[in-house]
Structures are given as C-alpha cells and as structure tokens.
Design a protein around this ligand. Structure first.
Ligand code: ATP
Length: 513
C-alpha cells in the first residue's frame, strides 16, 4: 500500500473516530457519497465558512451576501444550459458492472505518466546532487520529452472529442490506450453515453398539477436571477459582488473519494459583476486574491497550483482551477471562471425581463460581465483535514496523532484541564472556562491522566490546553500548552486573554491576503 492511500484511509477513519464526518444513514448501511458532519466536524465546517464569508463580505465594501432557495423555477436550468449540457460521459465495464467517467479514466491514465515524469526527476536529482538543473533536465531528457508528448497528444485528443461530442472517439481512445477496469482488470467496455447530473423532483400536491423541478447543481444561478433585486435594493454600482454559501446537488457518476466528490455538498460562490472589457483584469485579481486566501491558512505554497483550462465551458472566456495536493494527488479545490455576460443574457432571453445595469457615468444600459470564484466547502474541509493529520515521533518509540488545523479554524480553541479532580482545581478550571466561553469554543476535560487528555486534544486539533494545578491556587498562574510544539509556558490568569487574542484574532490571519 502506498503512503498516499494509507494516509487517506487514516484521514477517513480519524474523521469518524473523532466525531468529524460520518456516513449518512449509517445504521441503514449508509447512502453512497452522502455524509453527515459530527459534533466536531460541524464546528470545523462552520469556521471554514465563516473564514470565507468574512474575507468576502465583511472585508469588501462592494460584496454583499445572499441566501437564495434551493428550489428554483425549472426554466432557469434551461436558460443556464444545465438541462442540455450539464452531463458527464459515462462508461460501464461489462465484467465488473462498475461505472466510470470516461474522461476521468483517460485523465487517470495521464496522471500515471505524470507520476513517471516526477520519478525520473527525483531519480536524476539524487544522482546529480547539487549540480542538478531541473529545468534543463526536463527540456532535454529524451524519456521525459517522450512522456510529455504522449500526455499532450492524449489530452488534446480527449478535449477535441469531448468538445465535438464525439463519444465514440472517447471510447476508441480508451481502447487504444488499453485502459483496463481497475476493479476487474478487463477491457470489456460499453459505449460512452452522456449522463445528466441534475436530480429531479416534483413540486405540488396532486400529480396533475405538480411541476418538475431540479435540485440546484450550483448556487450561482440563484445569484444571477437575483442580480437586479440586489443591485437595485442595495444601490450597488459596478464593480460589485454577490456571495452565497449553500447546498448543491449532483448525481455524480463516480463518487468514491469520501467528501471529495459528494452527491449533496456545499458551495461557497461569489459572482463579481464588472463592466464589459474589464473581465480579464478582475479575473487575474481574483485568481491572486483567492490563492492568497488559501495561503493565509499556512498550509504551504507547494501544496497549491493553478491549472488553467484549455477546454472552456460554454459560458467562459477564461477559467482556472486552484488545485490542492490531496492524499490522492493534485486535484481541483476551487474554480475561478470568467463567465462573460452569458448567464445574465440567457436569463434575460428566457424570462423576458431586462437584467441590465444602468451606468450613470456612461449614461447607458448594458449587461455586466461576471467573474466567479467557486469553492466546495466539503472539499476545503478535506484539504485542511487531510493536510493537518500527522503522525509524529515524539520520544523513543512513542508517536502521537495530532491534527494541526490552522488555529483559527479549530473546533475548540482551548481545552481547560484541572490537573486533578480534587482540591478545588475543577472549580478554578471552570471559573476560567466561564470567563473564556463568551469569546471562544472551550472544551473542559477532567477524565484520565493529563498526558492522555493532551493526546485527546491533539487528535481533535485543539491548539491550546490550559492546565490548572496546585500552583494556580497559590499564585494565580496556569500552564498553557501549544499543540504543535508541545511547549508549555506559565502565565498569569490576567495574561490568558491577551495570549489567545494574539493567536486567534482573525485580523492577524486575514490581513495577510
Ligand atoms: P469536478 O471537475 O471535480 O467535477 P467541477 O469543475 O464540476 O468539479 P465546479 O462546477 O466548478 O466543479 O464547482 C465548483 C467547486 O465545487 C469545485 O471546485 C469543488 O470544490 C466543488 N464541487 C463540485 N462538485 C463537487 C462534488 N460532487 N462534491 C464536493 N464538492 C464539489
């Protein structure tokens, strides 16, 4: 078993064991790709949402929030193109009866070649040591050139056939590359078919009068159809943004990667409306701002990369993904799309209502262009959680499991621990808790030896433990232990809130972006 998949398994089991993520309806054997967040997971999730919301809405005068309904008029999905084009190419293996996304089978094949390239580079850098010139090596090594050519040929053929809706060529590509089903090992494939990802439902009491609806597959359309309501009632001037977080639903063909790809998930989206012609500038600005937001959490620059799209969606004139290094490799975490005036124009056409902005300076009406930032809350949760989970060697033969969550996002900021369950220590500890709980989520624990309690808090990601001991009774001091360094310092009661404020004030985090 590779380290990667081993780490991913540990991530999933840790999430369950410590009350972060459970399979939905577990006692009924669960539902595929649907998950519930437990007592600690919900706090981490709320904190991520708040960190995003504050950075978007609170810190930008020209971005406002919205909470639109999940049910929307069905014509919206006709106008947006989802009814006709929101589908993935699927293929079944006849021997295992497993279903795959045809494009993902090809992309996984390509990822394997890219892994070979990485291995060649690592091997060579070890061989040449300090003199190693990576750039030159990549440009001149015949094996790498060969691999790279292969990758680009495969991807451009895949993109071309998907764009032309030539699904039989996608199948031919899979056959030519001799891609086998990971489950059965066989190459006995069905034809490739398009599969619409929207879930249908019905609205209305009687079968004659009910109308067919869809569960929204993205939150963005709720923003577009409210564009004029918000602009007029908020007297907004371009450029301005509307941000929203909420559930989205997609009947994903393959959903086997825990909360990476779910059928019910939550998005955090912001549509930024700009004058036509300014979209490129704002697209670049949001690319930069969103990456800085990620970097502000301190998970390391090397874990992120941009993947600019060659094949653009029907509505976009530029698009990129911020990819994160998940335990199973670099994958999309967030999308940034320059969506042109496509959505507003289409809604204008289908609704018959004007959706234009009156620009008092230019004294004319026009349809704004839109730059969108769209991130999956659950995917962000997985990125943080899998990155944060570490096994550390602490002393001879002893390891600890620690969840090094960015402190600002941790479910509990502080655990208050009386050293013993007697001598007035619990009472004093509770006093400290009572004082701090107005500002922070605090955990209180008096069971077991203090060392075991530290381990428990490490596994939950609590950044600080305050321990109350006999000395506390005498001189009004406590020890405060740092989760990451395990260092303990003694501070007075009076210093506690200043100490925490310095580490947990959101300003100290978000002002980095
Ligand atoms: P993918 O290529 O992974 O299917 P996408 O390009 O369809 O994603 P978008 O439509 O751009 O994704 O959605 C924006 C964001 O929503 C994604 O970057 C991702 O973080 C999140 N997201 C999309 N689909 C899912 C899903 N099924 N489960 C969890 N998060 C998702």
């Amino acid at each position: 078993m590779t380290y990667q998949s081993d780490h991913f398994k540990k991530t999933i089991s840790h999430a369950k064991e410590y009350g972060f993520v459970f399979s939905s309806s577990e006692i009924y054997d669960g539902l595929n790709a649907i998950y519930d967040y437990g007592q600690n997971g919900v706090m981490l999730k709320n904190n991520i949402r708040e960190y995003w919301w504050k950075s978007m809405v609170q810190l930008n005068e020209n971005i406002v929030g919205l909470d639109s309904a999940i049910f929307m008029h069905p014509t919206i999905w006709k106008a947006s193109g989802h009814l006709d084009a929101f589908s993935d190419p699927l293929i079944d293996n006849k021997d295992s009866n497993k279903r795959y996304r045809a494009d993902v089978l090809v992309e996984d094949y390509v990822a394997k070649i890219e892994l070979k390239i990485e291995k060649e580079i690592t091997k060579a850098s070890k061989r040449f040591g300090e003199q190693f010139n990576q750039e030159q090596f990549i440009e001149t090594n015949p094996r790498i050139i060969d691999y790279k050519n292969k990758v680009s040929l495969i991807l451009s053929r895949l993109n071309k056939s998907l764009e032309a809706e030539d699904l039989s060529d996608v199948k031919s590509l899979i056959e030519e590359l001799k891609i086998a089903c990971p489950e059965s090992g066989s190459r006995n494939w069905t034809d490739v078919k398009q599969f619409n990802l929207m879930f249908g439902t019905k609205l209305g009491a009687s079968s004659e009068s009910s109308i067919d609806l869809y569960l929204r597959p993205e939150t963005a359309q709720g923003i577009f159809v409210n564009f004029l309501n918000v602009q007029k009632s908020g007297r907004m001037k371009l450029p301005f943004g509307i941000a929203q977080t909420g559930k989205a639903f997609r009947n994903e063909i393959v959903a086997r990667q825990f909360i990476f790809r779910m059928r019910e998930f939550e998005q955090m989206e912001m549509q930024f409306f700009v004058s036509p012609g300014e979209q490129k500038k704002w697209y670049n600005k949001w690319k930069e701002t969103r990456l800085s937001w990620h970097l502000s959490l301190g998970m390391g620059q090397d874990n992120y990369r941009f993947h600019d799209h060659e094949k653009l969606a029907h509505y976009a004139d530029a698009a990129t993904d911020i990819e994160f290094k998940f335990p199973f490799g670099f994958k999309e975490l967030e999308g940034i799309h320059s969506r042109t005036d496509f959505d507003l124009s289409k809604h204008e056409e289908f609704s018959g209502k004007k959706l234009k902005f009156f620009d008092p300076e230019k004294n004319k009406n026009y349809t704004p262009y839109v730059v969108e930032t769209s991130i999956g809350l659950d995917r962000m949760f997985l990125a943080i959680f899998s990155w944060a989970l570490k096994e550390e060697l602490i002393e001879e033969g002893n390891t600890r499991t620690v969840l090094k969550l960015p402190a600002i996002l941790a479910p509990y900021k502080v655990a208050v621990l009386p050293l013993l369950k007697k001598d007035g220590l619990p009472e004093l500890a509770r006093k400290i808790l009572e004082d701090l709980k107005w500002k922070y989520n605090i955990s209180y624990d008096e069971k077991d030896a203090v060392g075991r309690r530290y381990r428990r808090q490490d596994a939950l990601g609590t950044p600080f433990c305050i321990t109350v001991d006999h000395q506390s009774l005498e001189d009004k001091t406590v020890t405060i232990r740092d989760r990451d360094t395990m260092n303990q310092e003694r501070i007075s009661f009076k210093e506690i809130s200043g100490f925490l404020e310095d580490k947990l004030n959101i300003k100290n985090w978000l002002q980095k972006i």
